[in-house]
Design a protein around this ligand. Structure first.
Ligand code: SAM
Length: 218
């Protein structure tokens, strides 16, 4: 499992590059995106597609292929594979096949967002993506009494809606931090109460990739 940059191509570890150079093949969420990334680092490897639309079907056969053909790296489009990305099923299939799995430490959006928020980070909850449509109300209600900091991923198109829901369900005074485009040129951090960020979002739209960090209940 090889984490790759979430925006800034300098954010790759020496060990990640070494592993990508050493493996027999690279299993990639998007072979075009990863092909570009590997070329950027001067690495040429056979690429095999593995993503949320085929992972249920091919996780087992992929694990057997790794067992017979030798070490492989799994990469997602960005960050750590398995974190809101395909990967979990392959890890399990490999464990079943007796294939040793190692996840390298490296880029992921949730950790810099959590630390940069300024909210307590000694213990936190990563809630993954806020559901796209159905289940949003339950998602926020399940977090209402949470005293630890909550980190979640949200689409910029649903951010205003998320702010409305946080105001309504977690309360207007709940502290929230919105982090946009981490590690990229137009990185931005908005901090405020849910009500303040709701007002700001009604005047100014945010684009790009977003992490939402919500202070726990005080
Ligand atoms: N595997 C990735 C990781 O380790 O963070 C997450 C992949 S998930 C499909 C993509 C989501 O991660 C985006 O919608 C956004 O919420 C978050 N994300 C990824 N890169 C980001 C960045 N540079 N800035 C802010 N959020 C980011």
């Amino acid at each position: 499992m090889v984490p790759t940059p979430i925006g800034n191509l300098k954010d790759i570890t020496l060990r990640a590059l070494e592993v990508l150079r050493d493996v027999r093949f690279v299993i990639a969420e998007d072979t075009r995106t990863s092909g570009f990334l590997l070329r950027h680092y001067g690495i040429e490897k056979p690429l095999v597609a593995y993503h949320q639309h085929n992972e249920h079907r091919i996780a087992g056969s992929m694990a057997r292929r790794i067992a017979s053909e030798g070490p492989a790296a799994l990469v997602s489009d960005a960050g750590t594979p398995g974190i809101s990305d395909a990967g979990y099923l392959l890890v399990n299939a490999c464990i079943k096949e007796g294939v040793e799995v190692e996840c390298l430490p490296g880029p992921t959006a949730l950790i810099p967002a959590l630390v940069q928020s300024g909210f307590p980070c000694h213990a936190f909850v990563f809630a993954g993506f806020v559901p796209h449509a159905k289940g949003r109300q339950n998602f926020w209600e399940g977090l209402r009494e949470e005293t630890r900091t909550v980190v979640c991923y949200e689409s910029p198109h649903r951010l205003t809606r998320a702010a409305d829901e946080i105001v309504k369900i977690l309360g207007p005074q709940r502290k929230v931090c919105i982090l946009r485009e981490l590690t990229k040129k137009f990185m931005e951090t908005w901090r405020g109460t849910a009500a303040e960020l709701q007002a700001r979002l009604s005047a100014e739209k945010l684009r790009g990739e977003i992490v939402l960090v919500i202070h726990g209940k005080e």
